[in-house]
Design a protein around this ligand. Structure first.
Ligand SMILES: Cc1cc2nc3c(=O)[nH]c(=O)nc-3n(C[C@H](O)[C@H](O)[C@H](O)COP(=O)(O)O)c2cc1C
Length: 305
């Protein structure tokens, strides 16, 4: 161990290893401080941060499905001002890059959140959530329109030199069109994928389980979708892709790397066992050793098209 170069480059900065924890599944980090050594993480993506605090959708907000989880959280979060006062100082002591996940109902809102976050040294970079299926305004409305994506990315790009990652939704006809629009707007990397729209119906009450009717499906059930989307996006753009969707083991993560992803994130897996991200880092390192590689970046080059 220790002989493999695990660093990955995103924009003008470097992550210590390719394994991050996904937005919305790891709070702001402090919640997990007693459970794992956060300094081992390649990156910690915060819960979405909006301009004003949001209470989120009515309960229930989570329902289990075969090999998956359907959620309708609705971007519940403390808002950017409380994030800066309470959560950012905590993030400074984690010892891993903290990526602020940003959401908004309008372009102006996204920009104002990013501008406020620029006043703190804590965010290593930003992940722009234009792909939340569980809110009435913003979210998917941005993520499915290439022109809006390009314009929003350009506006945000003009406001920061830190790494700017745009998070894509799988809920579109052709994800590569959206991916190219974000690249065109100046994104440093693309995260893919956010959750897939799904619905569970309560047969006794004869209505959908969620008040918003549909929710976002995550977990192993969506892994083949995530891998296929990452594979396509990697071939459509020349910026790094951060793959996610259903990663529970190192082998799952390696699928994304072989598909062409530069890094990965673990989401729903954290609810099953918060030690999964560290096990995945170690497993990727072992895979590299077995394959005779010297760096994790080489995994991407192993698979013939
Ligand atoms: C409960 C829950 C909350 C989430 N909240 C956010 C969020 O606030 N912002 C975001 O960009 N993605 C959010 N996501 C999506 C995840 O970050 C990830 O893209 C998705 O769950 C797929 O990865 P997974 O299968 O490993 O969970 C959320 C997912 C879950 C399960």
């Amino acid at each position: 161990m220790g002989v493999i170069d695990l660093q990955v480059r995103i924009g003008n900065a470097v992550l210590p290893n390719p394994v991050g924890v996904a937005s919305g599944t790891f709070g702001y980090g402090g919640e997990y401080e007693q459970l794992i050594d956060l300094a081992r993480l390649g990156a910690l993506y915060t819960k979405a941060i909006t301009l004003e605090p949001r209470g989120g959708n009515d309960i229930p907000r989570i329902v289990e499905t075969p090999a998956g989880l359907l959620n309708s959280i609705g971007l519940a979060n403390v808002g950017v001002e409380r994030f800066l006062i309470e959560k950012a100082p905590e993030g400074a002591r984690f010892g891993c890059p903290v990526v602020a996940n940003i959401a908004g109902a309008t372009e102006v809102e996204y920009c104002r959140v990013l501008e406020r976050l620029e006043s703190s040294d804590v965010p290593w970079g930003y992940e722009i959530n234009v792909s939340c299926p569980n809110v009435k305004q913003g979210g998917l409305a941005f993520g499915t329109d290439p022109q809006q994506i390009e314009r929003l990315t350009r506006e945000l790009r003009a406001r920061t030199r830190r790494p700017l990652v745009v998070k894509l939704t799988p809920n579109v006809t052709d994800i590569t069109v959206i991916a190219r629009a974000a690249e065109q707007g100046g994104a440093d990397a693309l995260s893919c994928i956010n959750t897939c729209i799904g619905m569970v119906i309560d047969t006794q009450r004869k209505r959908p389980v969620f008040s918003m009717k549909t929710g976002g499906l995550s977990g192993p059930a969506i892994r083949p979708i995530g891998v296929a989307m990452a594979y396509k996006v990697c071939r459509a753009v020349s910026i790094p892709v951060i793959g996610m969707g259903g990663i529970m083991t190192a082998d799952d993560a390696v699928q994304y790397l072989l598909a062409g992803a530069t890094a990965v994130q673990i989401g729903t897996g954290n609810f099953v066992d918060p030690r999964i991200p560290v096990a995945v880092i170690e497993g990727i390192e072992q895979y590299c050793l077995r394959e005779g590689l010297t760096s994790v970046a080489q995994v991407r080059t192993l698979m013939a098209d």
